[in-house]
Ligand binder design. Structure first.
Ligand code: FNR
Length: 424
């Protein structure tokens, strides 16, 4: 896509012209139908894990309601024959102001998993933020991305040497920023998963960044956690063991014999997150990486100010898609105060609830530099593999560009708080 783009019309033409030959889009464009199509392809456990939130999912609903309380006020007669949707972020020029959120355990959605997403992101030059809970290692993902941009998301483990190792690997894998997710020092109270009694990590899923890490490998081999001996053996526990040995690198038989797969899961459970983390820990990370650091999960303006004071390079306003604190403020409601507190000193990104180009527009109008797309691309992956993700990305690019032009804006600078109005 060039700087002065007519991509939205190209995408519409591509779809309508294919329709003349009888072809429908590879995955539904309508987000609700896309979610339904994804649901049909997934196990009940996978769908619950991806679609669900914390508690009775009030914050998930609030994320949508917050966008609905604001409306775009389009301006006329401004020559919108072309538009520039690009934005520069930490040295990368993005074709459209969005990135792909870090999302764990993508193999639950589709076997192409993280590498399928990485391919689609690279094709469209949209940065992918590799999850610390990915189903594939960051090196595998980078291998299919060429020079296209990617970032790494870190969960701060109880092992500081693992933190250092992960960040160093991210640098080598060509990542251009580190995102530290602060809101998941413990898992939220996720009712759908609790009722199914299903957590993917206990089956060795979503721990590929760990099992591929030399520091983590050394730790579970040389310093294993005490084995859990009071579990009853059932058909389900044998199936879980089978999943565990299959998900661990190497041959399943060797993994079974050596007990490594179980040792890795036990080590992960014991160390994955340090809930004692404080602001005082951040200089440690700063010392160990030259990459820009962004804090994800910021909702209070004072935390945003503190991030600036601590020399952080960006913040991501996020409530983790409503998966952590049910009853937490909607991301979009938190955005204006954070933007005002940061006062242009560092970029402010946001996620949680972005479902359309109009949502992107509203976030940019409120002062976000860019947004991150979450569940929609995972539904694209589930419904249509890598091609499904690519379609979702292309649809967001087109929808955003069209919304912008139809609202009378030719570049992101022209999208301001004056472009939106609160309706109640
Ligand atoms: C997430 N999210 C997340 N965040 C993160 O920092 N690391 C992770 O590994 C994950 N994993 C994850 C798995 C699943 C299934 C979901 C739905 C979300 C949170 C994610 O980055 C983002 O904040 C939310 O997805 C945004 O909300 P919406 O727009 O997807 O509703």
């Amino acid at each position: 896509m060039t700087e002065n783009s007519d991509f939205s019309r190209e995408r519409q033409t591509e779809i309508y012209v294919s329709g003349v030959a009888g072809d429908k889009p590879h995955v539904p464009v309508d987000m609700r139908r896309l979610r339904d199509a994804a649901r049909e392809k997934m196990s009940p456990e996978a769908f619950a894990y991806i679609a669900g939130g914390a508690g009775i999912e009030n914050t998930m609903s609030a994320n949508r309601e917050a966008f609905n309380r604001w409306r775009i006020v389009p301006r006329m007669l401004r020559d919108v024959s072309l538009a520039d949707t690009t934005v520069e972020l930490f040295g990368d020029k993005l074709p459209s102001p969005f990135l792909l959120c870090p999302i764990g355990v993508l193999d639950m959605a589709h076997q192409e998993a993280d590498t399928g997403v990485a391919r689609a992101a690279a094709d469209e030059n949209i940065p992918m933020i590799f999850s610390n809970q990915a189903s594939r290692s960051m090196e595998e993902m980078s291998a299919v991305m060429g020079d296209s941009p990617r970032w790494f998301q870190l969960y701060w483990s109880k092992m500081d040497d693992l933190v250092v190792s992960l960040v160093q690997r991210a640098e080598k894998a060509g990542c251009s920023a580190i995102v530290v997710t602060l809101d998941t020092t413990m898992l939220g109270w996720r009712i759908r998963d609790l009722d199914l009694a299903y957590l993917p990590f206990l089956r060795g899923r979503g721990i590929a960044q760990y099992t591929s890490d030399p520091v983590f490998q050394k730790s579970f081999r040389e310093n294993p956690e005490p084995p859990n001996t009071d579990r009853k053996v059932s058909l389900q526990s044998v199936q879980a063991l089978f999943e565990m040995v299959n998900n661990h690198p190497g041959s399943a038989m060797d993994n079974l014999r050596s007990g490594e797969a179980i040792a890795a899961v036990q080590k992960f459970v014991a160390t994955y997150s340090r809930s004692s983390l404080t602001w005082d820990d951040l200089p440690f990370l700063r010392e160990h990486t030259k990459l820009p650091i962004l804090l994800k999960g910021i909702l209070h303006p004072d935390d945003a100010r503190k991030a600036v004071e601590m020399g952080m390079n960006g913040v991501i306003v996020s409530n983790h898609g409503g998966r952590q604190v049910d009853g937490a403020i909607a991301s979009f409601d938190a955005l204006p105060d954070v933007v005002d507190a940061v006062d242009g000193q560092i970029p402010v990104l946001m996620d949680s609830g972005i479902r359309t180009g109009a949502d992107m527009f509203k976030a940019i109008a409120m002062g976000a530099t860019a947004v991150c797309l979450g569940r929609p691309y995972v539904y694209g992956l589930a419904a249509g593999g890598s091609q499904g993700v690519r379609d979702v990305i292309r649809n967001f690019k087109a929808d955003f560009e069209l919304t912008m032009r139809l609202s009378g804006c030719r570049s992101l600078d022209e999208i301001t708080r004056d472009s939106i109005k609160r309706i109640e």
